[in-house]
Design a protein around this ligand. Structure first.
Ligand SMILES: NC(=O)c1ccc[n+]([C@@H]2O[C@H](COP(=O)([O-])OP(=O)(O)OC[C@H]3O[C@@H](n4cnc5c(N)ncnc54)[C@H](OP(=O)(O)O)[C@@H]3O)[C@@H](O)[C@H]2O)c1
Length: 314
């Protein structure tokens, strides 16, 4: 099969189309024919070598943590799917595998895709959507009347987080730049903070939970905008924060948590239901064919993408 394989750590020159073995499945795995996959910042962080300490196996490696496609083959012990089912899914991006014609997955990694999404739209959601959903629901423990602040409300994760928070009944303040204000309003942000004009830390307002999907807010500095017993959630946690964060939180009223996205077919089903009831739209800024992976990485690495960059295999 064709796949994008990294030949080393470094620039986009490390990304090339190669012919590799099609994955073989065990009795508990499913083989998916990939129709589209998305580019996530973790992909170019792995490619460049900036997270070598945690990124697992060395190059050559197939990147990619989320995808949409059709079920091609099913392990003997699996009852849930039939050949030809149209699915969306997430696998651990550190392991990767989605930038390819075929990927193997577990039942936990996939579910049927929303009926009203095409394959490109469906590939845009799983990794970013699970991160957004798990940040708000599992870590932030939002409730219907929660007031939340989402830093980076127009990116892959932030744009889904806004829609999940609105779906759950929260009031959403979103931080974005001037050019994205109209888009932020369209996806449901109630109060916009234009970071080009205003410093979010000088808002003179406190939130039940603050979500940093950019990486430029720290917990100590953000305490002034978090209510007593409120929570700060970051998608860019440091290794000490992952190891010691839980222990430190037991000694303080304002909590600091780091999200590490997990595969969950149950959470994907919730996102599917949101999509089918039109509470969740997928924003795809640009679609590239798989063989233009270098351009796709350059676009994502700019840090300016609204919604997602998707690669189509059709
Ligand atoms: N820990 C986990 O499990 C996990 C999972 C997923 C993602 N992540 C991490 O979370 C981060 C966000 O991921 P993503 O996919 O959402 O990234 P992304 O889509 O590339 O984010 C781009 C967006 O960020 C906005 N942005 C840039 N600087 C900003 C600022 N100072 N204030 C507000 N918005 C700003 C940009 O808008 P403008 O052009 O208007 O600035 C753009 O819309 C990445 O570092 C990623 O690696 C972690």
């Amino acid at each position: 099969m064709k796949a994008i394989v990294t030949s080393g750590y470094g620039s986009v020159e490390m990304l090339d189309v190669a012919e590799v073995e099609k994955p073989e499945i065990s009795d508990t795995e499913i083989l998916i024919r990939v129709r589209a996959c998305s580019v996530n910042p973790i992909d170019w962080k792995i490619r460049s070598g900036q997270i070598k300490m945690i990124s697992g196996s060395k190059p050559p490696k197939i990147l990619g943590g989320d995808f949409s496609g059709t079920v091609e083959a099913i392990g003997k012990e699996i009852q849930e799917f039939t050949i030809g089912d149209e699915i969306w899914g997430h696998v651990n991006a550190l392991k990767g595998g989605a930038y390819a014609e075929y990927i193997k997955a577990n039942v936990q990694d996939i579910c049927l895709k929303p009926r009203n999404f095409d394959f490109v739209q469906a590939a845009a959601i799983p990794l970013a959507g699970l991160t957004a959903y798990q940040s708000l629901v599992r870590l932030g423990e939002v409730k219907a009347d929660s007031e939340v602040l989402i830093n980076g409300c127009t990116g892959g994760v932030g744009s889904v987080a806004v829609q999940v928070a609105k779906f759950l009944g929260c009031t959403v303040t979103g931080v974005c730049s001037t050019k994205n204000i109209e888009y932020a309003k369209r996806i449901g942000v109630d109060v916009i903070v234009d970071y080009k004009q205003e410093d979010v830390l000088h808002l003179n307002k406190e939130f039940d939970s603050v979500y940093d999907f950019v990486g430029n807010l720290s917990f100590p500095a953000s305490k002034c905008i978090i209510k007593e017993s409120g929570t700060f959630v970051t998608a860019i946690p440091s290794i000490p924060r992952i190891i010691f964060g839980g222990m430190l939180n037991s000694f303080r009223s304002k909590k600091c948590k780091g999200i590490l996205v997990q595969s969950s077919s149950a959470d994907l089903k919730t996102l599917k239901a949101m999509a089918e009831s039109e509470a969740l739209v997928a924003t795809v800024e640009k679609v590239f064919p798989l063989n233009q992976v270098r351009q796709a990485h350059i676009a994502s690495e700019s840090g300016r993408v609204v919604g997602k960059i998707v690669m189509s295999l059709d």
